[in-house]
Design a protein around this ligand. Structure first.
Ligand SMILES: NC(=O)c1ccc[n+]([C@@H]2O[C@H](COP(=O)([O-])OP(=O)(O)OC[C@H]3O[C@@H](n4cnc5c(N)ncnc54)[C@H](OP(=O)(O)O)[C@@H]3O)[C@@H](O)[C@H]2O)c1
Length: 321
């Protein structure tokens, strides 16, 4: 694999990041270990999790994905090989300070994540989404202190609006603190507007590494959803609601025809479109099984021609609709 620089930083990451929201939800611990092993064997070094994963599952308190990763890293003894990213912001308890981006919650949350991950540093610590009740300079100062204390190496944001991202850069400069070096936005062929409307230009201008989530639109872009074939799974209902419409089917037709031309898969074509964009560092894939992971990894070798990229750009262009 050709490793890529994470934005302007000197950190090198694999071009695909393995997301782990599914550990303890749609994939059990044994499968999680197999998928992480296969990812590392395939050259991957970049893992993404969050403290709240997967607290939406009944009986699951949150922190489960981090705990599974912690046990895997300990069992494999490979902490130094892994670029480990996690996030905080969501609610981890009933108290008013068990969530948010205040100094208090940041310091509590990092200690809890370090314990669950069985490590003494986090490579990339991310604000899962903005906290409008906390001044951004308080958040950045707390992250800065964690960086100086060696508990985190870099900081990033996720789900920020364009103005919030710019404000964070401006305040970091004003207060001489660390800044967000990455953005984790929702972005895929079937959902481009959110990122492209304002965030993309900011990331390009300021050298922010972009690590988009849901690069396969929750599975829609793999080809297993079709006009007359709709799968049933834990995630299928939300995928159907969001993507199964005429524009989505037309786009999938274009992806399928390019997959045939390139003798690859819809999965590989959809990921290769993302990988071909200079603003993107590493899409975060959410494989549930080793088979899904292997199919996703083939995208790294697939180079689409300029004409094929233009066809995909055109059929998924949100400005036309
Ligand atoms: N920052 C945030 O707010 C945020 C939000 C969401 C996700 N994330 C991060 O991004 C990661 C990925 O997000 P995502 O799960 O939405 O990504 P995704 O890649 O768009 O969707 C993953 C789902 O697609 C299906 N799939 C994946 N590869 C496949 C293949 N080769 N063949 C067939 N089906 C395949 C699986 O679902 P089925 O098998 O159930 O069909 C899998 O759970 C998460 O794990 C998490 O780390 C972050």
């Amino acid at each position: 694999m050709n490793y890529r620089k994470l934005g302007r930083t000197g950190l090198k990451v694999s071009p695909l990041c393995l997301g782990t929201m599914q550990w303890g939800w749609t994939a059990d611990e044994e499968t999680a270990f197999q998928v992480m092993d296969a990812f590392v064997e395939g050259g991957g070094n970049f893992l993404d999790t969050a403290d709240i994963y997967s607290s939406w599952v009944k009986g699951n308190p949150g922190g489960v994905s981090e705990e599974i990763i912690g046990r895997w890293i300990k069992a494999r003894g490979n902490r130094h090989q892994i670029v480990l990213a996690t996030k905080l912001r969501g609610s981890m308890g009933p108290g008013p300070n068990d969530q948010g981006l205040s100094r208090k919650h940041i310091i509590d949350a990092v200690e809890a994540s370090l314990r669950r991950l069985q490590t003494d540093y986090i490579d990339l610590y991310q604000s899962h989404y903005a906290d409008e009740s906390t001044p951004i300079e308080e958040t950045l100062r707390a992250f800065d202190d964690l960086q100086r204390a060696g508990k985190i190496r870099y900081a990033g944001a996720s789900n920020y609006d364009a103005w919030q991202l710019v404000e964070s850069l401006w305040k970091a400069e004003t207060y001489h603190t660390l800044r967000y070096d990455t953005l984790q936005p929702f972005y895929n062929l079937a959902g481009r507007s959110e990122f492209e409307q304002g965030l993309k230009a900011i990331c390009e201008k300021y050298g922010i590494g972009v690590i988009p989530y849901s690069p396969l639109a929750g599975g829609f872009l793999t080809g297993k959803y079709d006009r007359d074939k709709l799968p049933e799974s834990e995630r299928a209902e939300s995928v159907k609601k969001r993507y199964t419409n005429e524009a989505g089917w037309l786009m999938l037709d274009a992806v399928r025809s390019i997959a045939t031309e390139t003798e690859s898969s819809l999965t590989a074509v959809s990921l290769a479109w993302l990988l071909a964009q200079s603003v993107i560092t590493a899409p975060i894939i959410g494989a549930n099984t080793v088979e899904q992971l292997q199919s996703n990894l083939t995208a790294v070798e697939l180079k689409l021609s300029p004409a094929q990229l233009s066809r995909l750009d055109e059929v998924s262009d949100w400005k036309k609709s």
